[in-house]
Structure formats: C-alpha cells, structure tokens
Design a protein around this ligand. Structure first.
Ligand code: IPM
Ligand code: MG
Length: 372
C-alpha cells in the first residue's frame, strides 16, 4: 500500500517523538512491503516564529493532499504565560481539526501489566482496564463564538451542538462498542446544560439501531470520580469536546504515564494521528521523551488503513520493549534509556533484528483493531 503522510512535528519534544514514529513506520514498510511517503510541514509555535501563522496555508495544503497526518505536539511556554497573545500555537491544531473535518477523537486507555506499579492508582483498581474514549472534536465550547467586552471585564464562550454533530461521533462510538464489550457510556452534564440534554436525546435515539449495546449515562463530575474509583467499569465512552479533553488526561494516569497514550482523529476523508501528551518543553532536545505514544499513534494510522497485522506488529514490539524494561525516565527513574534507543529497539523488533519476547500477549489484542 502507498500512503502519503504529512509530518507535522511541531514544538518541544514533537520532532523527537515523531522521528521515532517515522522510524517504526519505515520498519513496517520494509517488512510488509509498503510505501509510506512523508512530507514535513510547519505547525505550532515554530510556524509562528517562521511565518507568523500557527497553521500556514502551505501546511494545510500538504495535509489536504495527504492521506493522513502524523502530528507531534504543539505549545510553547512563551505563549502559555501570556494571556494577551493574539496568535497562539494551539490555534494551529484547532484550525487543522476544523479544516480537515476531524470530528471524532479516539483515545484508547489501557493498563499495561508490566507497568501496573507505575500508576499512582492501586494495582487492584487498574489491572485489566481497557477502555476507549470517543471525544467529539470540532464542536462545542471550543469552537463557539467567543466574546470579550470592550472594558475587558466580561468574557464568554458559546457551547453549541447540532444533532448531526452528535450523531456522527455517536455512531462511531456505538460501532466500536459492538466490536468490544458492548457497553457505551455517554458522559455529559444533562442536569445543567441544554447541549447535554440534546446529546442524551440524540444518543438514546441512535441506541435503538444498536440493540446489543448497553447504553448508560454519567454526569461528567461523577465520571471524573468513577475513572479513578472504578475504571474497569468502562468499555467505550462518548462525550463532547471539552469533557473529553479533561477525562482523557485523567485516564492517562491509569496507564502510568501520559507518554503512552495515543490518539486518532477521524473525519469523513482525512485522519490525523497524535500522542495525547503536550510539547513538554522542559524535555526538548534531551533525548528523554517517551516515544511510545507517538509510535502507538502510528499503529492507529496503520489500523485506519486496514493494515491490522502491521499495527499488531507495532503494538507487539512496543509491548516487548516495555516488558524488557527498555523505557524512558518517565517509566523508570533509575534504569532508563533515551528516546532514540527506545525507538530503535521497537523498530528492530519489527525488523526481527532484536530477539525481545513478550509474554503479555493479552495486552496486544491479536486480530483486533483498536479502531473500529
Ligand atoms: C488535546 C490538547 C488540545 C485540546 C490543545 C493543545 C488545544 O489538550 O489534544 O487534548 O485541548 O484539544
Ligand atoms: Mg488535552
């Protein structure tokens, strides 16, 4: 298969982790006889520095002409600490999501057996957790009208949803639940918000087309608590943009490091793959960033194009590498390896150059795509 991939490395550790994802995809291309063509483009703070625009037109064009986007990370403290900045790196990512119509953000959360002790949560609580969050990505408060009064003392962000926006992400979530444990939880705030009441109505209506899926509802404050109290109860979660942003970061605690969590953002004809972690500017250039989230995002790219065996090979290699304690400092403060060494090891397992074995194959889900 020939896949054209726009490579948007972005800021901070983005370039370093994406480099490892590319390395791993190149190993997959070699072993399974595919052609992946990468085209680099600017995004985020580095794009502002060079062009004044966090998403230059040239970048958008490259993304539109590609089959998929591999995204690193964006963000820079010089913008985070300046609320008056008119142009911000994050605008680049938000505009990209909107322009490419990436309405569903899929974030799998899993507790790796070998890393159970890494989580601040008790082993008994997280062992066996395997859930996926479907976050609506192009609507809600993120994209509603924003105002600030002329005296600068009053501001507003409008939260708006149409039935269509809810339907399309809900269908994806139901289809995923059908392939998994047939449970879907809608996270909302229907006791307060009108938009949440619309979500309940639309999702309940759609559930009639998926009679085998058990649908339940949780208010977001309770969901935030349940994610920590009893995360095993969740199979698939569907939720609006901002609630999804918040609970998916919370979910990363289960896996022991945010450096492990991958995501796919899917639209009708485009898809983007990115680690859920940020740009970690303090770690930039130190060869300490965990490349696993970027590499697992690349495995979701393979899944998206139906290359399930290839995606499994990547997940197996990641698992074997973690199990053999070849991990970055976020996962082992005492005995650890560099970003590129971890990436090399994962690529070498795929290339069969490394004899690492994994006994924990239950974490890998052979024959089962993590995407729908
Ligand atoms: C994420 C990030 C983004 C978001 C930021 C960088 C705009 O937190 O992808 O979760 O809020 O969506
Ligand atoms: Mg976030």
């Amino acid at each position: 298969m020939n896949i054209k991939i726009a490579l948007l490395n972005g800021d901070g550790i983005g370039p370093e982790v994406n480099k490892q994802a590319v390395k791993v995809l190149q190993a997959v291309a070699k072993v399974f006889n595919h052609q992946f063509e990468f085209k680099e483009a600017l995004v985020g703070a580095i794009a502002i520095d060079e062009t004044g625009n966090p998403l230059p037109d040239a970048t958008l064009e490259i993304c539109k002409a590609s089959d998929a986007v591999l995204f690193g990370a964006i963000g820079d403290p010089k913008y985070d600490n300046d609320p008056s900045a008119k142009v911000r790196p994050e605008q680049g990512l938000l505009k990209l999501r909107k322009e490419l119509g990436l309405f569903a953000n899929i974030r799998p959360i899993k507790a790796y057996k070998t890393l159970l002790d890494n989580s601040p949560l008790k082993k008994s609580i997280i062992e066996g957790v395997d859930m996926v969050i479907f976050r609506e990505l192009t609507g809600g408060i993120y994209f509603g009208e924003k105002t600030i009064s002329s005296d600068g003392k009053t501001a507003s962000d409008l939260c708006e949803y149409s039935d269509y926006e809810i339907e399309r992400v809900a269908h994806l979530a139901f289809q995923s639940a059908m392939k998994r444990n047939k449970k879907l939880t809608l996270v909302d705030k229907a006791n307060v918000l009108e938009t949440s009441r619309l979500w309940r109505k639309v999702v309940t209506e759609i559930s009639k087309s998926y009679p085998n899926v058990v649908l339940d509802f949780l208010f977001v404050d309770n969901a935030a608590m349940q994610m920590i109290l009893n995360p095993k109860q969740f199979d698939v979660i569907v939720t609006e943009n901002m609630f999804g942003d918040i609970i998916s970061d919370e979910g990363s605690v289960i896996g022991g490091s945010i450096g492990l969590l991958a995501s796919a953002s899917i639209g009708l004809d485009k898809a983007l793959f990115e680690p859920i972690h940020g740009s970690y500017p303090q770690g930039k250039g130190k060869n300490i960033a965990n490349p696993v989230a970027a590499i697992l995002s690349a495995s979701m790219l393979l899944d998206h194009f139906g290359l399930t065996i290839e995606a499994e090979a990547v997940r197996f290699a990641v698992e074997a590498t973690i199990e053999n304690n070849i991990v970055t400092p976020d996962l082992n403060a005492v005995r650890n390896f560099g970003t590129d060494y971890v990436g090399d090891t994962i690529a070498n397992v795929i290339l069969n150059k490394s004899a690492l074995n994994s006994s924990n194959q239950d974490n890998i889900n052979f024959g089962k795509s993590v995407l729908i």
